[in-house]
Design a protein around this ligand. Structure first.
Ligand SMILES: Nc1ncnc2c1ncn2[C@@H]1O[C@H](COP(=O)(O)OP(=O)(O)OP(=O)(O)O)[C@@H](O)[C@H]1O
Ligand code: NI
Length: 364
């Protein structure tokens, strides 16, 4: 679809078998990240951002997950690769920083052992293979790799890197573990870095520091980045282009500034109206309601139960996708229909009016 695309995802869908039935989480996701481009996926908690990135990087167990669609990285179809080829790619050309550093670092090896393996052998986590590879490589190669790890730990501003390199993950604070993971992802100078809300599990100041670290390392490198965040303000600071996700669907995408000047989807507009800096007086509590139940999702447009413009069409039919220029689109019936065109001001007015109605109902 796009010659410049380093990562090209089309029609990705992910569901999970579970006790409550089949959860139809992600569907119809098309996205691309061009060479040198920084792209974010933004959406509320539970909207399917992590599931999307895990499906892209092959981190979901199938079953219970069912993944369909095409994922191409530099022209290679990722689903066609063997597990070994995939491991090679993952620690080498594709760096991943996950939302939960504890589950990504192995508790039984020191930070130095794990990162030095990554520096020498890429992304394999096969213990047998790793010990074989270690025996085959010389001590001088090992110590050169360790030196590289130390350098990278310094670059991510790890406090006391000489001590940290011989520590176990459990001996580090949450922020330090996150820094170790960022260092690991960058060790082999990946072409694409995928980061899933780095630091979101940490307290606000540590989170802010991790974000500013990520911003710095991105600025210093010519790599492509796919970053997940629930914070539109962060996306604005960092990215060239933004995808807005709701209920496992991409509902809008556009170059970053266009999202803020010309937001076209009522959900995007609601998110913008919730940011104090952008909207003057923000809507208290954001958009009313919560993300859908994936075992029984709303019919038609998944956003319709929360949308201040929803009508019968929205409840009964899948919304169409409308393009605006080359690189922007919105998935909302209002853009092909005669109804009111959503503007941020109008959406905010309606959402706040909805708030009031709910409050009165509660009072009674
Ligand atoms: N392994 C799994 N099995 C079943 N359901 C899952 C699994 N992983 C995720 N889900 C469900 O998929 C939905 C989307 O989850 P996901 O983690 O992608 O959200 P998110 O947008 O990353 O949210 P957050 O901002 O909180 O990280 C949730 O309802 C979640 O319960
Ligand atoms: Ni997530």
């Amino acid at each position: 679809m796009n010659d410049d695309a380093l990562l090209d995802v089309s029609d990705l869908s992910v569901g999970f078998e579970g006790f409550d039935g089949y959860a139809d989480v992600v569907g119809g996701v098309d996205l691309h990240v061009d060479r040198g481009e920084v792209v974010t996926i933004v959406g509320e908690t539970g909207c399917g951002k992590s599931v999307t990135t895990k499906a892209i990087t092959g981190l979901l167990d199938e079953p219970p997950a069912h993944v369909e669609g095409d994922v191409e990285f530099d022209g290679m179809d990722l689903h066609e690769l063997s597990e070994a080829e995939r491991d090679d790619l993952n620690g080498d050309r594709l760096g991943m920083v996950s939302q939960n550093p504890l589950s990504s670092l192995n508790p039984v090896f020191t930070v130095g052992e794990q990162l030095t393996d990554t520096a020498q052998f890429g992304g394999s986590d096969d213990a047998g293979l790793l010990s074989y590879l270690r025996r085959r490589h010389s001590r001088s190669e090992r110590s050169a790799a360790r030196e590289r790890v130390l350098e990278m730990l310094r670059e991510v501003q790890m406090p006391d890197p000489e001590a940290v390199i011989d520590s176990y993950p459990s001996e580090l604070s949450g922020g330090m573990r996150q820094r170790a993971l960022i260092a690991q992802a960058l060790l082999n100078e990946p072409d694409l870095l995928i980061t899933d809300e780095p630091g979101s599990a940490l307290d606000v100041t540590v989170h802010d520091r991790i974000l500013s670290l990520i911003t710095d390392v991105i600025a210093e490198r010519d790599m492509s980045v796919l970053m997940i965040t629930h914070d539109l303000g962060v996306a604005r600071q960092i990215s060239d282009r933004i995808y807005i996700m709701y209920g496992g669907r991409i509902v809008e995408s556009a170059p970053t500034e266009e999202i803020f000047t010309d937001a076209r989807h009522p959900y995007t507009q609601g998110l913008i109206a919730s940011i104090p800096r952008l909207s003057g007086e923000p809507m208290a509590g954001g958009i009313d309601g919560s993300v859908p139940e994936y075992t029984d999702p709303p019919t038609g447009c998944r956003f319709h139960p929360r949308c201040p413009y929803a009508d019968e069409d929205c409840r009964s039919t899948e919304p169409p996708r409308t393009s605006f220029g080359e690189d922007a689109h919105a998935v909302c019936v209002r853009h092909v229909d005669d109804g009111p065109t959503p503007t941020i001001a109008e959406t905010k007015r309606r959402l706040m009016a909805d708030d009031k109605i709910t409050e009165t109902e509660v009072d009674q």
